[in-house]
Write a protein that binds this ligand. Structure first.
Ligand code: CAA
Ligand code: NAI
Length: 709
């Protein structure tokens, strides 16, 4: 039949199995194989209907995304669209029943829409997630989906990219039957029920497409919402336009419009950036010196030291995945406070409809508070999240070394301290590792996994796998000050302060970067986390700064007068009781006075300069990190920034973005800033080298092993 598609018989029903591991993507040969199978059954008298099913863990997860990269990079120029193949399936004279397990995503769901009936395992998921790649459905999905589920639901699915559970999809008419137990047996039985009946074709339906009068307000609201929610992005609006075409045009013309919009999105920088992030995230777990077969340490229980902001959030992350947690603090009041905060956070989730009360009750049962280390003896893994001071961390790790069983993983959530120094206080540094969660830990996807000099391969491999289980993007980083994310963030927030010192209003700095695509501006981020946090770090590490380097001073002054940010109701902005920010006229007055005392000349600063100085400060530090080996790949840095720092995926992360601007141009600007602003802007050697050789960060390969300190 084809390398990817095989046929078997169950009496009068033919089973067409797609087998293209790992996710049955529609690689070249798969759609053709399905069509050949459909054509074959037309001539077989004994066959009444067919079931189309996926082998392995899932139905079809979509088009083969690697083929898109080949197209946009010019490696292939032919048409890889599958619309004609789907028409042939839809025109089959015998009914085709799709049986979905795992996921039917993107092109996979489009294949299913072209079939005549869809049945699914109860835990299957269906969706059009193309916007996560910066594109829209390109195989008729924007035309057939509204015919099946109605305009409003189709917009929701295509513009948010969120998949539906099969049970939900059944309520909207996308799935004809959900099947408990044996999916194939259920699908074959269903096929026998529908064999011989008139064959429904999705493309011929118009009953759910609505009238222009009904649709106009739906499209207007959807566009307004997309412009607000997906600032600067083109694919969500394109998806809405394509669905509108479905309501206005005959099917074939609607498909042509979809194709035009699909191409516009696919060849945009936004889509290239998002596809880069898709593959970068999947590259991250691959560690060159850690073989795939490295043994994994079973982690069936976790003990957490410190029930504060981070410890509580991490306890929720573990409980949400069904891992029992022991949560320790020093006294009953701190423990009660920690458990109370966890309950409060879960209550909010219940109110917002994210979790049911039963679910939360089950999670709470998994979290066991304690005041004693005695309970740690059986834990497979410990995550320490006490206050950020080295003597305290050393004391805690000394205790852990005493009470924990041999082989238990001992990890620290430290954001600034040296993992090797912590490990050295134990008799088993090979078991010690950094697990740097981001706040709020139960929300933020990023997890930096910090490799110490002596951390064992088993421990690293286990933590990388655990990250995935916990739903995190776990990125392995080396043990340098600030690791990767915060090491880059420091020059970035420093630059934001310099811009204010030189004459930009705080609001102008934040607005330029938010308009550019960041989730929040750097000064507002400072207020959110507390300006005292960076203040303490600046004071502690000032002796390590380059001699003669310019030091920011505005934030220090704000902190010293008690303006610590949101928690005090005042920082760069002022905050009301609901922590809503507004401009504070006191701030520009203070800034004017302070910069006057300092004698800094004031000037107009354009939003372009704000963006260049802020983003290139990230890029320049990222280049050093890459060259020094604290990050394995540029894509690892990009994954960190997109998942932990609100960097827009459609710009691909700081390193990808620099590549798209062109490293020669970035280098020239950095060199210019170096001349203007001094030693802090000294261009990273790697940036200089790649700029002159015409290279890119994304293709840069380090030969040496990952640095650890
Ligand atoms: N194309 C090519 N490769 C894919 C792929 C796809 N659509 N989906 C997954 N893969 C690859 C991954 O790169 C990974 O490869 P490696 O093992 O070599 O790293 C492997 O399959 C396993 O993927 P995950 O690690 O992500 O596995 P998972 O079990 O955690 O998740 C999944 C499975 C939910 C299907 C997830 O892979 C996913 O979301 N895939 C993308 C789905 C998607 O976006 N589909 C739409 C594609 S665009 C489209 O279809 C356009 C159209 O209209 C025709
Ligand atoms: P926190 O102050 O909210 O909580 C610390 C908790 O540890 C308190 O409940 C305290 O009573 C408890 N504690 C102190 N000594 C203890 C001991 N000997 N045994 C048991 N419990 C003890 O602090 P937070 O913010 O949760 O930070 C914890 C760690 O996480 C720090 O290392 C910090 O650098 C790191 N971190 C913090 C982030 C943040 O945004 N808050 C982000 C990422 C990491």
């Amino acid at each position: 039949m084809s390398d990817f598609v095989r046929l078997t018989k169950q009496g009068d029903i033919t089973v067409i199995t797609i087998d293209n591991p790992p996710v049955n993507a529609l690689s070249p040969g798969v759609p053709e194989g399905i069509v050949a199978a459909v054509e074959q059954i037309q001539n077989e008298q004994s066959v009444k209907a067919a079931v189309l099913i996926g082998a392995g863990r899932t139905f079809v997860a979509g088009a083969d995304i690697k083929e898109f990269v080949k197209l946009t990079s010019g490696q292939r120029g032919d048409d890889i669209g599958i619309l004609p193949q789907l028409l042939k399936i839809e025109d089959s004279g015998k009914p085709i029943v799709v049986a979905i397990h795992g996921n039917a995503l993107g092109g996979g769901l489009e294949v299913a829409q072209a079939c005549h009936y869809r049945v699914a395992a109860v835990d299957a998921r269906v969706g059009q997630p193309e916007v996560n790649l910066g594109i829209i459905p390109g195989a008729g999905g924007t035309q057939r989906l509204p015919r099946l589920v109605g305009v409003e639901r189709a917009i929701d699915m295509c513009a948010t990219g969120k998949p539906l559970k099969a049970t939900e999809a059944a309520q909207f008419g996308l799935i004809d039957r959900t099947i408990e137990g044996d999916l194939l047996a259920g699908a074959v039985a269903f096929a026998r029920e529908v064999a011989g009946k008139p064959i429904p074709k999705t493309r011929e339906r118009r009953d759910k497409l609505g009238t222009p009068e009904q649709n106009a307000p739906i499209f207007a609201a959807a566009r307004e919402n997309a412009r607000k929610k997906y600032r600067n992005q083109i694919c969500q609006l394109a998806a809405i336009d394509a669905i509108e075409a479905a309501t206005r045009l005959p099917f074939e013309e609607g498909c042509e419009e979809e194709r035009r919009l699909f191409d516009k999105c696919l060849y945009s920088n936004q889509s290239k950036a998002q596809i880069h992030i898709f593959f970068a995230e999947r590259e991250v777990p691959k560690i060159p010196d850690i073989p795939k077969e490295t043994p994994i340490i079973p982690v069936n229980s976790v003990a957490i030291v410190g029930a504060g902001t981070m410890g509580g959030g991490i306890a929720m992350v573990c409980a949400n995945t069904g891992v029992p947690v022991i949560l320790k603090d020093t006294d009953q009041a701190a423990l009660d406070h920690g458990i109370g905060t966890i309950k409060k956070n879960y209550d909010i989730s219940v109110k917002r409809g994210r979790f049911t009360q039963d679910y939360v009750d089950e999670r709470m049962k998994l979290i066991r508070p304690t005041l004693s280390y005695d309970d740690f003896a059986g834990a497979d893994m410990v995550i320490e999240a006490v206050f950020e001071t080295m003597p305290l961390k050393k004391q805690v790790f000394g205790e852990l070394d005493r009470v924990c069983k041999k082989g238990a993983i001992l990890s620290s959530n430290t954001s600034t301290l040296n993992i090797d120094e912590i490990a050295a206080t134990t008799s088993r540094p090979e078991s010690v590792i950094g697990m740097h969660f981001f706040s709020p830990a139960n929300v933020m996807r990023l997890l930096e996994i910090v490799r110490g000099r002596r951390t064992s391969q088993d421990v690293i491999a286990t933590c990388m796998q655990l990250a995935k289980k916990l739903g995190k993007a776990g990125v392995l980083v080396g043990n340098c000050r600030g690791f990767v994310g915060n090491r880059m963030f420091l020059p970035y927030i420093r630059e934001a302060q310099f811009l204010v010192e030189e004459g930009a209003a705080p609001e102008a700095v934040d607005k330029a970067l938010v308009d550019w695509g960041l989730a929040m501006g750097p000064l507002a981020v400072g207020d959110l986390g507390g300006l005292d946090v960076a203040y303490r770090i600046r004071k502690e590490y000032r002796h390590l700064e380059k001699p003669g380097a310019r030091q920011p001073f505005l934030e220090d002054r704000l902190v010293e007068m008690g303006r610590l940010g949101q928690k005090m109701g005042a920082g760069w902005y002022k905050y009301d009781a609901e922590r809503r920010a507004s401009s504070d006229p006191e701030v520009p007055a203070l800034v004017k006075k302070w910069v006057g005392e300092w004698g800094i000349a004031q000037r107009q600063i354009s939003s372009d300069e704000i963006v260049e100085r802020a983003i290139y400060s990230l890029v320049n530090e990222g280049a050093r990190i890459l060259e020094e080996g604290y990050a394995l790949r540029a894509g690892d840095i990009d994954t960190i920034y997109v998942n932990g720092y609100g960097f827009p995926a459609y710009r691909g992360g700081p390193m990808w973005y620099a590549d798209t601007v062109g490293l020669k141009k970035v280098y020239e600007r950095v060199a210019e800033f170096h001349r203007q602003h001094g030693v802090l802007w000294e261009p990273a050697p790697l940036l200089k080298e790649l700029a002159s050789s015409g290279g890119t960060f994304v293709n840069f390969q380090r030969v040496a092993a990952q640095a650890t300190d």
